[in-house]
Design a protein around this ligand. Sequence first.
Ligand code: FPP
Length: 241
Amino acid sequence: MADSQNNNKYYPKNIGIIMDGNGRWAIRNSLKISEGHKKGVGVVRDIVEEAVKRGIQSLTLYAFSSENWQRPKREINAIKRLVIEAINEQVPELKEKKVKLKFFGHLDDFGEKIQNKIFFAENETCFEEAKLNLNVALGYGGQQDIVDIVYKVSEEVSSGSVNLKDITKETINSYSSVPVDEIDLLIRTGGDKRISNFLLYQIAYAEIMFIEKFWPDFTNKDFVNCLDNFKNVSRRFGKRI
Ligand code: FPP
């Protein structure tokens, strides 16, 4: 696809990441699963720093899917603790770098303590002109998001505040819990080639890069490689160019 006339030359504006492989990384290194997630948070910190440096507009991370509630309670609690720790430790740095944090998904299911932390983190980083928008999916599933949108729009149509014929692609985006409308590049680590219910509506024209490495082994260099590869892709959006 890469050719010198058609490549898009620019870094992606909006990036999504499925940070897979924490568990397998932990097992491979004879560590507890929670240690894999902990190492994963460290990688998030590094990639955020790189994204700010490279002028990326948004990073949307899959931290906890609606299906992850089926994991052992101990692992779920470890992830919850890590989210709280990450907010406590990283908000000052994110503030300094003008990174705007936004959490989305069924946050109500996480209890008051996490919701209060999220409220604090979003308030502290609520920049009008952020250097980077960092969106974190928690208790999120793409299909459920579409169900929620249908439900909300149907209510608006029944009450008369939205006309059925006025529903557009933009209407769907505006009712979605996802803070970004279109993903340009989706990266999945961990070797599996699937979407796992992430950002189903927003990845319509995303370039998708599947990386073999587990997330804890993913480096800034790997990330920059993805950005450079994206530059060489011809994006036609269905048109003949
Ligand atoms: C996938 O690896 C990873 C997760 C389900 C959790 C990711 C969560 C974090 C990195 C912590 C929270 C993040 C933030 C931004 C505060 P897996 O356990 O499914 O790996 P496996 O496929 O090898 O089992």
